[in-house]
Design a protein around this ligand. Structure first.
Ligand code: FES
Length: 145
C-alpha cells in the first residue's frame, strides 16, 4: 500500500524537533482526523532556508510527508519553498494512497504558515503567499459522513 520511500520516512523521519528562536513557525491542523503539524524555519538574511524542523502529531502519511517536505525546503529560497506543494512532496515519496492524499496537505499548509509567520515578524510581504488556514478544511462545505 505504501511506497518504500513513505515507509522509510515514516520509520526514520528526518528533521524531527524544534528550532529555538525560529525565523518562522507554522501550525496547521486537520479537524477531521485531529492531526496537527508544526514546522519551524530558520531563514538567513538572504532569504535562504538554512534549517527546517517539524513536529507532527498525526498518522504515518503525515509524518512521512512532513519529513520529506522539510528535506525539500532546506537550502531553498523562500520563493523556491513556495513551489514545494503537496503534489511535489507526494511525487518525491513515489505517491500516496488516495485516501491519504489529504495528509500531505498538512505539510504544504504548515510550510506556508511558517513563511507567513516569518513575513509578519519581519514586516515583509512574500509574493504569491496567501494567508494560511489554521485547519486544512477551513472554508469547505460541511460534508456528510
Ligand atoms: Fe490525519 Fe493523515 S489521517 S493527517
Amino acid at each position: 500500500m505504501y511506497s518504500e520511500k513513505v515507509m522509510d520516512h515514516f520509520q526514520n523521519p528526518r528533521n524531527v524537533g524544534e528550532i529555538e528562536n525560529a525565523s518562522g513557525v507554522g501550525t496547521v491542523g486537520n479537524a477531521k482526523c485531529g492531526d496537527i503539524m508544526r514546522i519551524y524555519l530558520d531563514i538567513d538574511d538572504d532569504g535562504v532556508i538554512r534549517d527546517c524542523k517539524f513536529k507532527t502529531f498525526g498518522c504515518g502519511a503525515a509524518v512521512a510527508t512532513s519529513s520529506m517536505a522539510t528535506e525539500l525546503v532546506k537550502g531553498k529560497t523562500i520563493q523556491e519553498a513556495l513551489q514545494v506543494t503537496n503534489k511535489a512532496v507526494m511525487e518525491a515519496l513515489d505517491g500516496l494512497p488516495p485516501v491519504k492524499v489529504h495528509c500531505s496537505l498538512l505539510a504544504e499548509e504548515a510550510i506556508h504558515a511558517a513563511l507567513w509567520d516569518y513575513a509578519e515578524k519581519h514586516g515583509i510581504k512574500i509574493e504569491g503567499l496567501k494567508k494560511p488556514k489554521a485547519d486544512i478544511h477551513d472554508g469547505e462545505e460541511e460534508e456528510e459522513y
